[in-house]
Write a protein of this length. Structure first.
Length: 153
């Protein structure tokens, strides 16, 4: 009889602990969602041109840096490739849409608003749209790092 009561108490305590853990995880997830939504609203206020782009033909994340450790991202409609001749013919027009960049983590949040598969997103190196004098060339390894950061789950 005592053994049954002990087992029942253990099951109740275990069940209560599991409920507390799952509630904690749920609350944590809700806090993260709220923080992300707030951050997206701030990003929309600063970089409105990157929201509501036509993504039917994909999107291109342009990556540049002003200093050695300062990777910045911008977003364009359509898939562009590093050596697309049309890109360089319309560079000034494109750079007007890039504006100031954001971190890869912020770009991840922006891309999440589009709900498109990563296969429809191109990530390319881009000279600094603000000032080519302070730009540092982005390497292929840095592009891969940005891809990993914006596409990680």
């Amino acid at each position: 009889m005592h053994k049954k009561i002990f087992i029942i108490r253990v099951v109740i305590i275990f069940g209560t602990c599991m409920v507390i853990v799952f509630m904690g995880l749920f609350i944590r997830k809700m806090i993260i969602v709220k923080e992300n939504n707030d951050k997206i609203e701030r990003l929309k206020a600063k970089n409105f041109q990157w929201f509501n782009l036509n993504s039917d033909d994909g999107l291109t994340v342009c990556v540049w840096q002003h200093e050695r450790d300062s990777i910045q991202c911008g977003l364009l409609s359509g898939i562009l490739y590093q050596y697309d001749k049309d890109v360089y013919n319309t560079r000034e027009k494109i750079e007007m849409g890039l504006g100031e960049g954001v971190s890869p983590e912020d770009m991840k949040l922006i891309l999440a608003t589009y709900k498109i598969p990563k296969e429809k997103v191109s990530v390319i190196s881009w000279g600094s749209p603000v000032s080519s004098r302070t730009a540092v060339l982005v390497t292929n390894d840095q592009i891969k790092d940005v891809e990993n950061r914006i596409f990680e789950d």
